[in-house]
Design a protein around this ligand. Structure first.
Ligand code: CA
Length: 230
């Protein structure tokens, strides 16, 4: 899952980047509204952590612009439905209400606890994927994004952090075909080196661990996890 952190305090931004990367997220950081808007116009993010006090404009300006972007299903950027968690030192009740009413999905006051931030992020991503349950279940596979564990028919399955991320992207999109590029968009921040056949290699390993029919290839198009028979 790829997260855009919009934060001008370098210490907080670095801390968020390091911690979220350790927890399996791809993280990009922007320090002002202009560069963040540029990023949102060119890249797809699964969620945004938004500071309000930014040097060139208020974070709320960016939020309102995002929510009123024309975007349509599929490819249009910026995607107005991108989940947004406001993380700010402004912690008055009225400010929290204003932030939520501007279109934020959630609000966290600084100083924050990183475990709470991560839990709120998981909740946001869960809702964005249309899930209510904290675990993802599909075809005998059970993924717990909080514990970062995977079980197959109840038995734990060992996997690398990257394999876990690829599987998560495919599970969240189950039944839909994703191109290699669409999978990569969720895995890499823009300064990360993308190994050219990495997705293929991870899928090869996932099939070995989860069964060859767990992930199907649509030749020339991409990959998908077939819907369970009704
Ligand atoms: Ca700030």
């Amino acid at each position: 899952m790829r997260i855009l952190v919009i934060e001008d305090d370098a210490g907080i931004a670095d801390g968020l980047r390091t911690t979220l990367q350790q927890r399996g997220y791809a993280v990009d950081v922007c320090g002002d509204v202009a560069s963040a808007w540029n990023a949102l116009r060119t890249e797809r993010f699964d969620a945004i952590l938004l500071d309000l006090g930014l040097p060139d404009a208020d974070g709320g300006v960016l939020l309102q612009r995002l929510r009123s972007a024309p975007g349509s299903a599929g490819s249009a950027l910026p995607d107005p439905a991108t989940p947004v968690l406001i993380v700010t030192a402004r912690d008055q009740v009225q400010q929290r209400i204003a932030g939520l009413d501007m279109g934020a999905d959630d609000y966290l006051a600084k100083p924050f606890d990183i475990d709470e931030l991560d839990a709120r992020l998981r909740a946001l991503l869960r809702r964005a994927a249309g899930r209510a349950a904290p675990t993802i279940r599909h075809a005998g596979i059970e993924m717990d994004p909080a514990a970062r564990t995977v079980r197959l028919q109840g038995q734990p399955v060992d996997m690398s952090p990257r394999e876990f991320s690829v599987l998560r992207v495919l599970l969240e999109a189950r039944g839909r075909v994703l191109s290699r590029q669409q999978i990569e968009e969720h895995l890499y921040s823009w300064d990360a080196a993308i190994e050219s056949n990495a997705v293929e290699v991870h899928i090869h390993h996932l099939r070995r661990k989860l069964g060859s029919a767990s992930i199907m290839t649509m030749r020339g198009v991409g990959y998908f996890m077939p819907q369970e028979p009704a």
